[in-house]
Write a protein that binds this ligand. Structure first.
Ligand code: GCB
Length: 591
């Protein structure tokens, strides 16, 4: 799905700002038709933001069920005759949308965009009322899963992942135009042959038109063109997109009428690069690449998971400061602004679905009472259907980003029971069918050791989260070092694939100090990370280190969490802990 754009033929209006908002704990709004008039008893709520921390009330923070948002938008008079589209960059975890009295959209999944053609439901020059009901319930069918429990004190949301279940309109809302005949999708695949680049393109369009494409370099000079909805462009003396060098071409897809007049124009940034797994190497443009960076979260005080450009740029600047070259969108697809930034700055991205917490045997973050992960009463065919749909929407949204080099099917599912293979094999196949150009992986968890795990065989790379020295061998880094090295060597032995250590780290309370190895102290985090780095440096097949986490983040309350998860190298407010300086020394030296 293409992002809204202002071009020669298109215009957009951002609907961010303060909307009317009302929680619906009794679930009455849908039967009472709250979209039909102004929301009663509404308070003001910023969009984009999670609503949970805006209001200092537990009933808002821990609300389970529907939350209603409403605004009005004036449709510009000059849009008469255009196709008008209403787009939500994200509504977590599902939403229904009305324009005035008419339902125009319904969407499942909290981290991918959806839109509706509202041309027939709005009148240019007048105001339209837009109402959205956002629902935050996690069930066995949703991605991620959870269980809503009815208790004498009300409904409670249980879930099995280690970050707060923020909800609301987390990303921008747009009203935008396209011409009636318009470009609806573009897919590019790039290649390199010596100094020559290739861009294979496919343009989907609605309405009769002639398709032309023009490829321009970063200075705006035309370097190739083509006609027809599919084709192959060659770029002599190509400037490849590469880690640390976010060089982008621009592919303009044009639709023309029979007289040659321009009907629609859409401009897609294109980075020409290749990705390949060969033996135990991960190659970008044929060169071995080593991932240095973090698992992150979209998480901040007050706004929760609401996208914010200031925070985004600050986080990228901190990653540059520390010498990171990559990150994983743990544990869900991030805002498209983030991937655009990564494209422009040559930051490498592992792009993950929202499938996290799919393991009933692992109860640290919440027990469900179930004993088998993959059954029709737990993670079953309905979950798998939603997971497949999440994969389709992720590939459709992100396939053109050069920064994205690896798809991640899920984080830490139950991977050592035979049913896991049946559940995951079709998901790997779907990624590969939709995008044969990128490797696909799945992040495994600490119970799924090389002799037990049954799903890594499906993957192109080994992705592993390990907490030796933290959850095991707590405080004993010497023992942890031995165990970590033995395990990593066992992965090499078993699969002979590149290994990405996608998480390792220690909770650290900023300001707590200790001379001896003492978990939670800043010194222990430094020492633990240094221990992992020594081991990585001894094993050639390790092609990446992603520290857990970039910054401290919110979780639900728990005896293992002190005001959230504190494994950040930066605090939640983005102050550096001692580890930030130590990691910076290592990563900057490696550049
Ligand atoms: C993990 C999870 C991550 C948690 C982390 C932790 O393995 O993937 O979501 O936050 O461990 O800190 O326990």
């Amino acid at each position: 799905m293409l992002r809204p754009q202002d071009t020669a033929t298109r215009e957009r209006k951002c609907m961010n700002g303060l909307w009317s908002f009302r929680l619906d704990p009794a679930g009455e709004g849908r039967t009472q038709g709250w979209w039909r008039s102004r929301l009663d008893e509404a308070r003001e709520m910023p969009v984009p933001a999670s609503y949970n921390d805006i209001v200092p009330e537990l009933a808002v923070r821990d609300h389970v069920g529907d939350a209603w948002y409403q605004t009005t938008v004036r449709v510009p008079q000059r849009w008469a005759g255009e196709r008008i589209v209403l787009r939500f960059d994200a509504a977590t975890h599902r939403a229904v949308v009305w324009v005035d009295d008419v339902q125009v959209a319904e969407h499942e999944g909290g981290y991918t965009p959806f839109e509706a053609d509202v041309t027939d439901h709005v009148q240019p020059g007048t105001e339209a009322r837009v109402t959205v009901v956002v629902n935050n319930e996690l069930t066995w069918e949703s991605i991620p899963p959870g269980v809503v429990e009815d208790t004498p004190l009300g409904r409670r949301q249980n879930y099995f992942h280690d970050f707060f279940n923020y909800a609301g309109l987390h990303r921008a809302v747009w009203l935008y135009t396209t011409p009636k005949a318009h470009v609806c999708g573009i897919a590019v695949e790039t290649g390199l042959d010596g100094g020559t680049g290739t861009v294979r393109y496919a343009v989907e369009h609605a309405g009769a038109a002639v398709v032309r494409v023009v490829l321009r370099d970063a200075a705006g000079a035309e370097v190739a063109d083509g006609e027809g909805s599919e084709g192959l462009l060659t770029v002599p003396d190509v400037h490849p997109w590469a880690p640390g060098d976010g060089y982008l071409y621009e592919l303009e897809a044009q639709l023309h009428d029979a007289d040659g007049g321009l009907v629609d124009s859409y401009v897609l940034p294109v980075g020409v690069r290749t990705v390949e797994v060969r033996g135990t190497e991960f190659l970008i443009n044929g060169e071995p690449f080593y991932f240095r960076g973090f698992g992150k979260h979209e998480d901040a005080p007050v706004r929760g998971k609401g996208h914010d450009d200031a925070l985004m740029v600050h986080d990228f600047e901190l990653m540059e400061w520390i010498g990171a070259n990559s990150f994983r969108t743990s544990h869900y697809p991030y805002a498209e602004e983030v991937l655009d930034y990564a494209d422009r700055h040559g930051i490498v991205v592992i792009d993950e679905t929202a499938a996290v917490g799919m393991n009933v045997r692992f109860t640290m973050h919440g027990a469900s009472g179930a004993t088998s992960t993959y059954t029709e009463d737990t993670i079953g065919s309905a979950t798998q259907r939603n997971h497949l749909q999440a994969i389709r929407e992720l590939v459709a949204r992100d396939r053109n980003h050069p920064s994205v080099v690896l798809w991640c099917v899920a984080n830490e599912p139950d991977g050592s029971v035979p049913e896991a293979r049946d559940y995951f094999a079709p998901l790997f196949a779907e990624f590969r069918k939709l995008d044969p150009t990128r490797p696909v992986g799945l992040v495994n968890m600490l119970a799924d050791l090389p002799d037990k795990d049954l799903v890594t065989e499906l993957a192109d790379v080994v992705m592993t989260n390990r907490y030796y020295g933290w959850y095991m061998q707590t405080g004993d880094l010497a023992a942890a070092e031995v165990a970590l090295e033995a395990e990593l060597r066992a992965w090499v032995e078993k699969h002979h694939k590149p290994i990405l250590v996608t998480e390792y780290g220690a909770d650290t309370y900023a300001g707590l100090h200790s001379i001896v190895d003492m978990p939670w102290s800043e010194e222990y985090q430094v020492a633990l990370l240094a221990m992992y780095h020594r081991v990585f440096d001894r094993i050639d097949a390790v092609v990446g280190e992603h520290i857990w986490n970039f910054a401290d983040f919110a979780t639900r309350p728990g005896v293992m969490r002190v005001g959230g998860n504190k494994k950040g190298v930066f605090t939640r407010e983005r102050s550096p802990k001692s580890a930030a300086f130590a990691v910076r020394d290592r990563w900057r030296a490696a550049r």
